[in-house]
Design a binder for this molecule. Structure first.
Ligand SMILES: Nc1ncnc2c1ncn2[C@@H]1O[C@H](COP(=O)(O)OP(=O)(O)OP(=O)(O)O)[C@@H](O)[C@H]1O
Ligand SMILES: O=C(O)c1ccc[n+]([C@@H]2O[C@H](COP(=O)([O-])O)[C@@H](O)[C@H]2O)c1
Length: 190
């Protein structure tokens, strides 16, 4: 099976993430897209992160009606911060018959050269790159493993969602319905 891995903090997942995962699966040769929930992105401050299992639960709520989308907690038991190359090695060992690729927004390419063993990632995996506002393709990215794809652009961020909850704003349309219902009745980001 061909599986696209969509790594992220998902703090919380929002419709920008869901639209991309669904669009990529429906418009590529990927059989499934997995949301890999990272306990700790090496580039981010852990203090703003909600509990790992709460974030995973929200992803599961978001994808309930999408049989080809899955959530993975594979990084929960790996050392932190979560380095993608290490997770990929574990996934490859656990699922030897599957073919994994990565899904990344073009904005992520800016810092990609600082990722642990990024050359090794490029040597062994293809990467689907979707457009983000303000992100420019860089010269070095003429790499054969980069596969630039079209996808709807929705400028929403989890930071905006968290701030809006704190300010008691109604952001219902920006969240998958079940995620909104859960968060509305919870103190998670308030
Ligand atoms: N609106 C969006 N559309 C498409 N991709 C997105 C969007 N928001 C984030 N992403 C991408 O999805 C992946 C996971 O996102 P992440 O969990 O960091 O969300 P975020 O909204 O950027 O979070 P935060 O605001 O907390 O930094 C990252 O690769 C990120 O670039
Ligand atoms: O492996 C690395 O060096 C590395 C550096 C920065 C980010 N990542 C991963 O990229 C993913 C996107 O992170 P985020 O927090 O922006 O959603 C997340 O899974 C991080 O662990 C990985």
């Amino acid at each position: 099976m061909k599986i696209g891995l969509y790594f992220g903090s998902f703090n919380p997942i929002h419709i920008g993430h869901l639209v991309i995962a669904n669009h990529l699966q429906q418009n590529s040769d990927l059989d499934e897209v997995w949301f890999v929930v990272s306990p700790h992105n090496p580039f981010k401050e852990k203090s703003t992160l909600a509990n790992d299992y709460d974030r995973l639960h929200l992803v599961n709520l978001a994808i309930e009606d999408y049989p080809y989308l899955r959530a993975s907690n594979i990084e929960f038991n790996l050392p932190q911060p979560s380095y993608t190359i290490d997770t990929l090695a574990v996934l490859k060992e656990k699922y030897p018959d599957d073919e994994f690729s990565l899904i990344m927004g073009m904005d992520n390419l800016k810092g990609f050269q600082k990722w642990k063993n990024h050359e090794k990632i490029l040597d062994n995996y293809s990467i689907y790159i979707y457009p983000r506002v303000g992100a420019e393709p860089y010269e070095w990215l003429n790499h054969p493993k980069f596969n630039f794809v079209e996808a709807p652009i929705m400028e929403i961020s989890s930071t905006f969602i968290r701030n809006s909850f704190k300010e008691k704003k109604n952001i219902r349309p920006l969240l998958p319905m079940k995620v909104w219902e859960y968060l509305d009745g919870s103190s998670m980001y308030k």
